[in-house]
Design a protein around this ligand. Structure first.
Ligand code: TYM
Length: 329
């Protein structure tokens, strides 16, 4: 059976972009692949974290995985730092990487663009994609479901796997990214030229999966559109309404063209009102399940069991990696 791996950072405010770009894919893929879904806490500490808050955020993401429909009977759900091989392989890949390829990562450039003192930029932020590559390669992953913002990191992972296979010994499976058309890049509701993000200051730029109905309504009704007043899909000229159409389509499964047709002659207000309802109805069962499981022993047991199962696979890979690199006894 082919293998799927993906991860989400426990940094709070898990939003519709995370859901439509990644989490929703997890649920579909777990039926056809051996699946591992990870809460990547080691990635979260590339920027300062409050330890208490981090622990809470880890459990939030774990509970959200289950709440959206990840089934622990089908998938391995675990916390990254519970399997020490991630850090170990991360180092080995660091030694197989080049400064130049890491310097070209657009996410690193974006995250550090506003730092005035370049000397203070965290080294972890720079080497972040190597830990991500380790996550993926550790499990001989075939498919990585993510949003398109991760595409460059996936390409780097492939390059590293191919480099090691060619220069050391055939060691790694070369993975492929998987992106869903409508959900791959959900944009900010306030500024549809920027991706929806967990860290944006304006809370109305995103819809978090745990937002209440009022907040959902406010954020959507406030969403930036344009002055033309005609509902049609045009990312370049009409990024706001196109983003909302993508969200509607990704949530309902209805093709964008059909949605556009059904709103012929209607205004943005009508469409937004319906999108509010669609979003509220989509998130309701997720919130209910989240509340049931978030503080349960069941959640802890699932993560412990997941870590054990992931560790067993990771150990096997590390044995092969160390042997091929000539490491250890
Ligand atoms: P993170 O935590 O930023 O985001 C989790 C997932 O959500 C996707 N995503 C989006 N998709 C569509 N529209 C958006 N606006 C949007 N924002 C985020 C991301 O693409 C991601 O799939 N580096 C990763 C975490 C990671 C990982 C891995 C992923 C670490 N190791 C190994 C896959 C495999 C990250 O920061 O995701």
């Amino acid at each position: 059976m082919k293998r799927v791996f993906s991860g989400v950072q426990p940094t709070g405010n898990i939003h519709l972009g995370n859901y439509l770009g990644a989490l929703k894919q997890f649920v579909d893929l777990q039926n056809d692949y051996e699946s591992l879904f990870c809460i990547v806490d080691l990635h979260a500490i590339t920027v300062p974290q409050d330890p208490k808050k981090l622990k809470e955020n880890i459990l939030d993401v774990a509970a959200l995985y289950l709440a959206v429909g990840v089934d622990p009977k089908k998938s391995i759900v675990f916390v990254q730092s519970d399997v020490s091989a991630h850090s170990e392989l991360g180092w080995i890949l660091t030694c197989s990487s080049h400064m130049g390829e890491l310097s070209r990562m657009t996410q690193f450039k974006a995250k550090t663009a506003n730092t005035s003192n370049k000397d203070s930029i965290g080294t972890g932020l720079f080497s972040y994609p190597l830990l991500m590559a380790a996550d993926i390669l550790l499990y001989d992953t075939d498919v990585v479901p993510v949003g398109v913002d991760q595409k460059q990191h996936i390409e780097l992972t492939r390059d590293l796997a191919i480099r090691v296979n060619n220069t050391v010994k055939k060691t790694f499976v070369v993975p492929e990214g998987r992106y869903i058309k409508e959900g791959a890049r959900v944009m900010g509701l306030d500024d549809p030229t920027k991706k929806m993000s967990k860290s944006a200051e304006n809370q109305h730029s995103r819809i978090s999966l745990l937002d209440d109905d009022n907040k959902i309504k406010k954020s959507i009704m406030k969403a930036t559109t344009d002055s033309e007043g005609i509902i049609r899909f045009d990312i370049e000229e009409k990024p706001g309404i196109s983003n909302l159409l993508n969200i509607y389509s990704a949530l309902t499964g209805e093709p964008v063209e059909d949605i556009v047709k059904s709103y012929d002659g209607k205004g943005y207000g009508d469409f937004k009102k319906d999108l509010v309802e669609v979003t509220q109805n989509s998130l309701k069962p997720i919130k209910e399940r989240f509340n049931e499981i978030r503080h349960s022993q069941e959640l802890i047991d699932i993560l412990k069991d997941g870590a054990e199962r992931a560790d067993a696979i990771a150990r096997k890979t590390m044995k092969r990696v160390k042997e091929n690199f000539g490491l250890g006894l």
